[in-house]
Design a protein. Sequence first.
Length: 322
Amino acid sequence: MQPISPHGPIKVAVTIDDLFLWDGTPIPADRSAARTAREMTDAFAGHAINGVYSFSSTAPADGDPTLYKVFDHWVETGHHVANHTHLHASLNWVDAPTYIADIERTEQLIGRWTAQAPTKYFRYCMDMWGNAREKRDGVEAFLRSEGFTASPLSAWFYDHAWIVPYWRAHKLGDREALAYLRKTFVDTAVDQLRRHVALNWAMFGRNPPLIWLAHGSPIAGECMREILDRFAEGGVEFIPLEEAMADPFYSVQPIVTERFRNQTQKWADAKSVSMAGIPPQILSELDNIAYIEGHSTGEVFHDILLRLCNSMGGEFSWPGWD
């Protein structure tokens, strides 16, 4: 395998969002959050990765408190839990006080796990830091006053787009589709990491440490070991989130935007640098796999996001994944 970067090894902090997924997300009947968490922690152990932060909204546990046992396993295996709000709404949709109240709500629920982490991290849902500077500054002031550090993302591969097709393929018993989805999931993870690294080199002439994201989906659990194997083969060194966050690359948010952007993409927008191949072309193809009428990714997630927004009394808007 070719190196991820021709300019030397890459440092990557692995983080996981939404071990419970979003309330209403379809998953195969034989899969669970507990199983996915075990698959992930086993994969981390295979690469001696410790201290992986899980940023999980907690609303799904309202109807199933046994989900919190996932956090017990996560911490017992050497990893950490952090705040990701309760309902997983975008700050774009609501005012700062409403968003802050949702942060406080989930902290009351997960405090016994977050207290065991070396750093009190928070992650904005969908890495959306708000569509107005005043709104973002209000939330940031609250976070600082409560001892939180906001952790952005700087590399992702749009892994949410495989969740619904994976469920459809399971529902239809389509083994060929499942094999295709697994292969493209892993290949896209590697391709998008490579592209994010190249983009940063083009902008800064160096490889800043990257904060990488996967969600707690069944397909991510199933493929995590292979992804990490491929990363390691490509010259990735796995580091703690704290080490990545110490880099000046993360010292500021480059822009205020309502768009779906991670830190690398925000820098690219700020510098007017083209993001070739980000997001990947395959996103437009996945809904042709194991198609079930009424269950495209767009239809399923639009309903979920709209419900989240309405539950907070917000004003729904979605700029698209690009």
